[in-house]
Each structure stands twice: as C-alpha cells, then as structure tokens.
Design a protein around this ligand. Structure first.
Ligand SMILES: *Cc1c(COP(=O)(O)O)cnc(C)c1O
Length: 218
C-alpha cells in the first residue's frame, strides 16, 4: 500500500470511529508521527496533503523540519517526546505544540522564556496514567499542583496527553485522561496510537498520534 492509500484508510477509520462515538469527524485531528521515517515517506505524506506531524526528539525534528517548514509554512509540528530543559529554547522555536510538559523544572524553563518575550507554542501536560517508573509524565495525583504552578507562571495549558502502558487495556487509561481533562476544563486530549486510536476516539481524543499505521514500520 502506498502512503495515499494508508492516509485514506486511516482517515476513513477515524471518521467511522467518530460517527460511532457520536462525535464530529473534524473534532478528531490526525497527528502523523514521522519520527525515524525515511525522507521519501515524509515527502509522500506532504504531497498527499498531510500538514500535522509529530516528532519525539528535538534534534531529529530540527534536521527534518526546519527547512521543510519554510517550504510548507502551514505545517504544524507537535513535540510528543520528553523535553530536556536545555533544549527548551530550540523546541519553542520549532514546535507549534509541546505535548509533554510534565514537571516543575520544565514549567519554570518555559515560563522564563515567556517572560523574556518569546512566544510559546500551545502546551499540553503529559500524564503518566499507568504510573510507570520508566515513563515520562506527571502522576495523576500530582497533576493539580503542576497545573497550579503553570497558572502561577501564567502559562496556559490547553490539554492533556498520555501513552498507556503497553500491556494494559488502553481504554482504562483513555477514560482516566478524559476524566482528568474534564475536571480541569481542558479541551485538548491527545491519546491513541496506531493500535488503539479508535478506542481513544470513543473516549474523546481530539488528537490521535499515528505513526506506523500511516508510514509503515520504523
Ligand atoms: C512513536 C509514538 C507514537 C506513534 O506510535 P505508532 O504505534 O507507530 O502509531 C505515538 N505517540 C508517541 C508519544 C510516540 O512516541
């Protein structure tokens, strides 16, 4: 299957899942996860009209997207991987959305740049819904305090993101993330990947992050 066909297939599946969930198709955004994919697949996706992409590393994203963002100015780029504080300046220069705000030190680094006059991307908080030691994200019980810190620094948080544990039923994690977002009145929910995006849409995902199902194996 070529990229055109895969995009058509995933778009159809998103639409069906939205209809099943009694939601509007346009309220579910496809973030095409281009990390580790060869250039020709990225070019094919751009040729097919995709403009919303996700990358998990700042440096890799820079080499892939800095020049392409000039050629395709309407490309929107989401950072979906952990952000080190020493990469914050580079990240805000490149990304339109940072989905992985997850700790006070990072909040403070972002706030510092905002106070210096830099425009910040849209910000989401990553929640470690499975409380896995090796995974980034704030534990659900620490989310309110982190959001308060953001508010103290006048950082606007627009939504939540999660990556469920690989060996658990994702629906439980999507339901938890949706509940946390509802409680905090946060409109954006980034959840669902190649294997489970339809379930995520059922639970209210506004952004699904799909890599291998669109581009093929990495
Ligand atoms: C790689 C990645 C994805 C995409 O995963 P696929 O299973 O290939 O769809 C989604 N979200 C995050 C945070 C990722 O790192």
């Amino acid at each position: 299957m070529d990229i055109d066909q895969r995009i058509a297939e995933i778009t159809t599946r998103i639409k069906s899942a939205a209809i099943k969930a009694r939601r509007r198709e346009q309220d579910v955004n496809l973030v095409a996860v281009s990390k580790l994919q060869p250039d020709e697949r990225i070019e094919a996706a751009l040729q097919s009209g995709l403009r919303l992409f996700g990358e998990n590393r700042v440096q890799e994203a820079q080499s892939r997207w800095a020049h392409r963002k000039n050629i395709y100015p309407n490309v929107t780029l989401h950072l979906i991987g952990p952000l080190q504080t020493n990469k914050v300046a580079e990240a805000i220069a490149l990304f339109d959305v940072i989905e992985t705000v997850d700790r006070p030190k990072l909040v403070e680094a972002l706030a510092k740049l905002a106070k210096m006059g830099y425009n910040l991307p849209k910000l989401l908080v990553q929640v470690n819904t499975g409380e896995e030691a090796q995974k980034a994200g704030v534990a659900p019980r620490h989310l309110p305090a982190l959001l308060e810190l953001c508010a103290d620094h006048r950082l606007k948080i627009e939504g939540l993101m999660c990556i469920p544990p690989a060996n658990e039923e994702p629906a439980l994690h999507f339901a938890l993330l949706a509940k946390l977002a509802m409680r905090q009145s946060l409109p954006i929910l980034s959840m669902g990947m190649s294997g489970d995006f339809e379930t995520a849409i059922q639970f209210g995902a506004t952004h699904v992050r799909v890599g291998s199902a669109l581009f093929g194996e990495r």
